[in-house]
Design a protein around this ligand. Structure first.
Ligand SMILES: [Zn+2]
Length: 457
């Protein structure tokens, strides 16, 4: 091979994969035959076949991304034979490679239909990569269209460093994380017995908290000395996704150790500070996460969704009954229930909030029975819905609960709801201004404070 073109071919191979197979080598030779300088030929090929791709880090990965570039170190790799499907084309790949890829921001599981000539510790560059959701987790996929090349000088930290699970704040833990470490306070803790493969096992579940937020956790091992209020360092815990929310899974390989004394004093949180009710987040910040656990938000009700009001539920499965019939159980004697789905807007974004009967009765100000009376006394079948719209639209509400992101935006399930104090203060000030009073700020706050105490929770 010509010494002048060898480095260019090498670079092209790194960027685009096997040049012979893809016909890129032939294309390159053709350009050279037309006396195009090798350097220029290389650039032209890179532009044509490489394109500009988004370069992502592991922490940037979310479900259903396409056509991006990523560089990471292989932490684990294995291959398995896939039984060819009947009638499938002969050239279909019969081996699937799976493993874990990591960079300085985290680690992610991958699967590849391409033959991977790399081993644990190698840094690889993947172009035309895509992601899939697999068991609620983000998985990096390497397909037929992807190109994979080894990167000898990646600048990535060595494997000894990168294989340690990153220590993260609870807010930063997400669907792309495979395993994490964190320092957090145990806010809730309870034991329960479950059957695991026919064996009675004790499981501990609870809630962890730090200054950024809260996450549920489950421990499949004993946690001696750990109780509510304990501050612990957790290393090599697994991240599980449940209903779009991450949770911390403590397994036998996870290390849990107490944090106390001087080290605990340096933390940005204490048991007392994390016990406080969460303060409202901006809706635009909620929209930036796949799912969030036990958070608060506040905003104005801008619309009440159709389907809100009195519904009938199947006594077997709880699904809403349509025209006396359950989708699964057929004709059933439905049980009356009330629910509200309202859109909350805080100026930074909107989210759809679901209120169960308990909360619906409180924010609506009418019980299910009172709403039923209205339904039966009015000829319009939408009487309750219209009444809900009239009463709720424009109202300022704070909610606390869990959020998850789907194709329609944020879906928030409220666990509690109340009228925020700050809103009351503002409204009292406005009221006093309207009445021409010159009351001082301090008195206003006092009035607001005494009223704000009665939460709706
Ligand atoms: Zn049913």
């Amino acid at each position: 091979m010509d010494e002048k073109i060898a480095p260019h071919l090498e670079e092209l191979t790194r960027a685009l994969g096997d040049l012979e197979k893809s016909g890129i080598r032939a294309e390159f030779e053709k350009l050279l035959a037309f006396r195009v300088p090798p350097e220029v030929a290389k650039e032209s090929i890179l532009r044509k076949f490489g394109g500009k791709q988004r370069v992502l880090k592991v922490k940037d990965l979310s479900a259903n991304l396409k056509g991006f570039e990523i560089t990471g170190r292989v932490l684990d790799i294995g291959e398995k034979a896939i039984r060819p499907q009947e009638g499938a084309p002969q050239d279909r790949p019969s081996r699937l490679y799976t493993g874990v890829l990591a960079d300085e921001t985290g680690s992610v599981m991958f699967s590849s239909w391409k033959v991977l000539h790399c081993s644990v510790g190698d840094a690889i560059n993947v172009r035309n990569a895509y992601t899939r959701l697999w068991q609620n987790r983000v998985k990096l996929s390497i397909g037929e269209q992807s190109t994979v090349s080894k990167v000898p000088d990646s600048g990535l930290p060595p494997i000894s460093e990168i294989s340690k699970s990153p220590t993260k704040k609870l807010l930063e833990v997400g669907a792309a994380d495979f395993s994490v470490g964190t320092i957090a306070c145990v806010l809730q803790l309870s034991h329960r017995e479950v059957m695991v493969r026919g064996k009675q096992s004790r499981v501990i579940s609870g809630v962890l908290a730090d200054e950024t937020g809260r996450l549920p956790f489950t421990a499949w091992t004993e946690l001696p000395g750990v109780d509510i209020g304990s501050i612990v360092r957790i290393e090599e815990a697994q991240v599980r996704m449940f209903r779009g929310m991450p949770s911390v899974n403590i397994l036998s390989g996870t290390k849990v150790s107490p944090v106390g004394g001087e080290e605990a004093k340096k933390l940005a949180f204490t048991f007392d500070s994390v016990r406080k009710d969460p303060s409202p987040l901006k809706i635009e910040d909620i929209a930036a996460r796949d799912g969030m656990f036990d958070i608060a938000a506040a905003g104005n009700v801008v619309s009440v969704r159709p389907g809100s009001g009195i519904i009938s539920r199947c006594p077997e499965c709880g699904r809403a009954v349509q025209k006396g019939s359950c989708r699964v159980h057929g004709k059933v004697e439905g049980i009356r229930d009330m629910r509200i789905k309202a859109v909350l807007d805080d100026g930074t974004g909107t989210m759809s909030v679901m209120f169960s009967r308990e909360l619906a009765e409180i924010i609506y100000g009418k019980t299910l029975e009172e709403a039923e009376e209205l339904m039966f006394s009015d000829i319009s079948k939408d009487a309750v819905y219209e009444d809900l719209r009239r009463i709720l639209t424009g109202r300022y509400l704070a909610v606390r609960g869990n959020s998850s992101l789907n194709e329609y935006g944020i879906s928030f399930v409220a666990e509690s709801a109340w009228v925020p104090e700050d809103d009351l203060a503002v409204r009292v000030v406005e009221l006093l201004h309207r009445l021409g009073s010159d009351e001082t700020d301090g008195q206003v706050r006092e009035i607001a404070g005494s009223e704000g105490g009665e939460g709706f929770a």
